[in-house]
Design a protein around this ligand. Structure first.
Ligand code: ADP
Length: 522
């Protein structure tokens, strides 16, 4: 989706941008204020980096092309950053490749110490990082601070985990042999990340990769490069050596292709849309790379008759409206059992009505803008489809009076799985309520999707909690809780929501190869 808020300067426009420019001339410049006053609020101006990072050097694109970064809440121009492509990516890969040898040979404890330092620096600059996140992504400042703590926690966790990459000795089948299993870093990692968690998604990948000795080429979203660059600057300050963490910005498919084509890149890790994830998986086949994918979700949130209604309302609200509904684990379908439906719909809508919408820098705002107008148009399309198929608008249902990228927090009643709002990932502040009768029916509706990332259920029955959480075809299940992601637990999906896990002791395995070593004739 994410194309609109970016405008190119001084370069040939790729065809998608040209189409958008023709369709939506307003987003492409005429309303953009050419100022970056808010960015001057950074406490440490050195954290505002507007170049890519290759081999420890801050560099422009080789042909001078740039791309604008804008504030989704105001249209304000925040910065121009390089629009890089194949050549810069190849140099970043070479740099990561040549640094791999020395970085991977440092002791695990030394790598851990530097990661720990990075963690400390991220926290020491949490206000600046949060400001950058709010400015370029739009989420409220308090949520942005939460993201900094969340992202940093992965760096801390994997700083510790570096020392715990244990190997095995396998009981032998022949007395003159000894069988060992050692684990080694996979090598150079290409990490492609989205805009909804500009720091968190990079930290979840760079933490484990660097901890076990891999080096990276990171490609952040074109919408949110500033947070990534600031984090990379802090990594350098922490002693992560030049070349171990490179950042390239710009032409997504060209950068992606360069990563895919390189035989030096041994692993692709990606968070983003299912469509791009599938392309990367297919593109990895030619060089047989290891792949981790964290793709779209379609999270069911099941509220049973026996739920504690306050807990259910609070949990569903958090699961649905965090980041204005723009997370892959956001509750996409809220299934409510018929006995509690009316009571829940009323209490939930009352809570939704209280959500304050606005610029994330303003006090009290809990719902920021959507990332761009395409996102708003998608939400409009889904709501229109739902009402045309019999759903009713309980609350909201239209663009917010603030205009631009703002949409009213919305509750839709009597939705069903035939509606697009229940089939596509909404990625916006729209909660659709579906009515069901039995536990079996709820499970069947919940599993009737190609996605399988997060699911939630609210019940006070322990047997039901077990039954339902085991029956749900999802990688994460929250029981009586709407926010469940943490660095100490594995995050990842099943079905078309992805491959592999991030976070926890399992997360580091994604960056390790297993080698069997046989000592013979001893
Ligand atoms: P979203 O719709 O959430 O923006 P995308 O999957 O389009 O999700 O984007 C996630 C990340 O993938 C971004 O960094 C984006 O630039 C990148 N990306 C998009 N298309 C490609 C591609 N063809 N190859 C590599 N990366 C891509």
């Amino acid at each position: 989706m994410a194309l609109l808020r970016v405008a190119l300067t001084g370069c040939h426009l790729p065809s998608t941008y040209c189409r958008l420019r023709l369709l939506l001339p307003r987003q492409m410049g005429t309303t953009t204020r050419q100022s970056s006053d808010t960015i001057s609020r950074l406490r440490e101006s050195g954290l505002l980096k507007t170049q890519g990072l290759i081999g420890g050097k801050w560099v422009d694109s080789y042909d001078g092309k740039t791309i604008k970064v804008e504030n989704p809440a105001t249209g304000e121009l925040l910065a121009n950053v390089p629009f890089m492509g194949k050549k810069e990516t190849e140099d970043a890969i070479s740099s990561a490749y040549s640094t791999f040898n020395s970085w991977s040979k440092l002791s695990a404890s030394e790598r851990g110490k530097r990661l720990r330092k990075w963690y400390e620096l991220l926290l020491a600059h949490k206000d600046d990082l949060a400001l950058l996140i709010t400015l370029e992504q739009g989420k409220p400042l308090k949520e942005a601070l939460g993201e900094v703590a969340y992202g940093a926690s992965f760096i801390e966790f994997f700083a510790e985990e570096a020392k715990r990459v244990y190997c095995d000795i396998i009981p032998t089948t022949q007395n003159d042999r000894r069988l060992l299993v050692i684990k080694q870093p996979v090598g150079v990692v290409g990490a492609i990340t989205p805009w909804n968690f500009p720091l968190g998604m990079i930290a979840r990948k760079a933490g484990p990769a660097l901890a076990c000795g891999c080096t990276l080429v990171v490609k952040p979203s074109e919408y949110t490069p500033l947070t990534a660059l600031a984090a990379a600057e802090l990594a350098l300050q922490a002693g992560i050596p030049p070349g171990a963490l490179n950042v390239v910005l710009g032409n997504a498919s060209e950068i992606g292709d360069a990563l895919l084509e390189s035989t030096q890149v041994r692993k692709i890790t990606f968070t983003g849309s299912t469509a791009v994830g599938k392309k990367l998986m297919a593109g990895s086949a030619n060089t047989v790379k290891k792949v981790s994918l964290e793709l779209g979700g379609n999270a069911p949130c099941i509220v049973f008759d026996d739920a504690d209604i306050d807990v259910a309302v609070k949990g569903t609200l958090a699961a649905k409206f965090r980041n204005s509904g723009q997370t892959c684990v956001c509750a996409n379908r809220i299934l409510v059992q018929e006995g509690i439906y009316d009571k829940f719909a009323k209490a939930f809508s009352e809570s939704v009505q209280k959500l304050q919408v606005g610029n994330g820098l303003e006090e009290g705002v809990v719902q920021g803008p959507l990332i761009n107008e395409t996102a708003v148009e998608k939400v409009e399309r889904l709501v229109k489809d739902a009402t045309s198929k019999g759903a009713n608008i309980v609350l909201g249902g239209k663009r917010h009076s603030l205009g631009m990228t703002f949409y009213e927090p919305t509750v839709i009643g009597n939705a069903n799985n035939e509606m697009l709002v229940c089939r596509e990932e909404i990625f916006g502040p729209v909660a659709s309520l579906l009515r069901f009768k039995t536990e079996e029916e709820a499970i069947s509706i919940a599993n009737d999707t190609n996605a399988g990332l997060a699911a939630y259920l609210f019940t006070q029955s322990i047997p039901r909690s077990w039954r339902v959480s085991e029956a749900l075809e999802y990688g994460l299940v929250g029981i009586n809780e709407g926010l469940i992601s943490t660095e100490v637990a594995p995050f990842g999906g099943v079905k078309q929501s992805g491959l592999g896990r991030e976070g926890s002791k399992y997360g580091i395995d994604e960056y390790l190869e297993i080698k069997y070593v046989c000592f013979g004739n001893i």
